[in-house]
Design a protein around this ligand. Structure first.
Ligand code: GTP
Ligand code: SAM
Ligand code: SF4
Ligand code: SF4
Length: 324
């Protein structure tokens, strides 16, 4: 890439707040085989808060073209998500369409991972994040609606075995449901190689978590619990790393690596947001928490697609600011 092209591309990918996109997050489908009580569906409008398969999802060719343009512009990491991305029958073709040198990861509920991990690795996927909120089978069923904890645990083991590492375990903290399991999760991560625990604050901006009993209390408690937890983890850590993305903190403590995701009312998180999202039906989504500034790219190609990306980037603004 010439210096001139690079600065032109940087211009396209940099928003009016000086935040340059380096990571694109693509929802491959809005279908899912679980019904987690808190699911935000990556901010996609879902009728009645359940999955809706009727809307047209992007084809693998459309996704490949988007990936090509984003990487040509200088995007270096891709996150595949959903819905549940492992439900896409053409998932391996999509992964194979990612140019070499681009780091690709996938966030999955892990229920189908045991049988897919080897092929995912062979297709070129770098690593996976697996959602796991509890190590108790009855709680898992309560949270997700299905009795599939053994399948998920097997999926995590296989992902580590085939080298889709580090495997990040995404644990959304739910007050009164799983907040007593932190020590068990730390032991789980310590006892195995290749795992990182990711503790996530529950986001309930658009009524996403209304299915949870006593939601107001859970939400109020959540911010406090995750805040206190981060403080105590920080005190015990031997090393603290600040990631460029969202300025998230990663802690190393006594054989376990822990990352904490606390987006709610977090000005620093939004000020360092370098992500653009793509919805499963082909809209560029400038912010997870907003749906009023999306840019439809269905049917666009080449320079038109680049112009749409530039437009979506210019729509970006930090969600949480001093005023919010
Ligand atoms: N508010 C907000 N939350 C986000 C954003 N990106 C990810 N999250 C949340 O962070 C949690 C973890 O998301 P993952 O899909 O596992 O990905 P990640 O940890 O962000 O990405 P990697 O570190 O690259 O694996 C989920 O609860 C996401 O909803 C973002 O840009 N804004
Ligand atoms: C929407 S899911 C999609 C990918 C895949 N189905 C999965 O569950 O990993 C992506 C991540 O968002 C997290 N998530 C969903 N709803 C959330 C919420 N309300 N607050 C915080 N994290 C949430 C999930 O736990 C998961 O780790
Ligand atoms: S598995 Fe993922 S997409 Fe499916 S309901 Fe749970 S969090 Fe949402
Ligand atoms: S601006 Fe904030 S809330 Fe919106 S996507 Fe970025 S980090 Fe998330």
């Amino acid at each position: 890439m010439t210096t001139e092209n690079k600065s032109l591309n940087d211009e396209i990918l940099t928003d009016t707040y000086g935040r340059t996109i380096s990571n694109v997050r693509i929802a491959l489908t809005n279908a899912c085989n679980l019904r987690c009580i808190y699911c935000h569906h990556e901010g996609e409008e879902i009728n009645g808060c359940t999955v809706d398969n009727s809307r047209a999802q992007m084809t693998k060719e459309e996704i490949a073209e988007l990936i090509g343009i984003f990487t040509e512009l200088g995007v270096t990491t891709l996150k595949l998500t959903g819905g549940e991305p492992t439900l896409r029958p053409d998932l391996l073709d999509i992964i194979r369409s990612i140019p070499p040198g681009v780091e690709s990861s996938m966030t999955t509920n892990g229920t189908l991972l045991a049988k897919m991990a080897k092929d995912l690795k062979a297709a070129g996927l770098s690593r996976v994040n697996v959602s796991l909120d509890t190590l108790h089978r009855d709680r898992y069923q309560k949270i997700t609606g299905r009795d599939l904890l053994p399948e998920v645990l097997a999926g995590i083991d296989t992902a580590v075995e085939v080298g889709l590492t580090p495997v990040k375990l995404n644990m959304v903290i739910l007050k009164g449901i799983n907040d007593d399991e932190i020590e068990d999760f730390l032991s789980y991560v310590r006892d195995r190689k290749g795992l990182i625990l990711q503790i996530i604050e529950l986001m309930d901006v658009n009524g996403w978590a209304d299915h949870i009993d006593h939601i107001d209390e859970v939400i109020r408690g959540d911010a406090e619990i995750v805040g206190d937890l981060e403080k105590s983890i920080a005190e015990k850590s031997t090393q603290i790393i600040t990631r460029r993305m969202h300025h998230r903190r990663k802690y190393c403590l006594d054989g376990a690596e822990v990352e904490v995701v606390r987006p709610m009312h977090n000005l620093e998180f939004c000020a360092n947001c370098n992500r653009l999202r793509v919805t499963s039906d082909g809209k560029l989504k400038p912010c997870l928490l907003r749906s009023d500034n999306e840019v439809d790219v269905r049917g666009l190609h080449g320079d038109e697609l680049k112009a749409a990306i530039a437009k979506a980037v210019q729509h970006r603004s930090p969600y949480f600011t001093q005023k919010s």
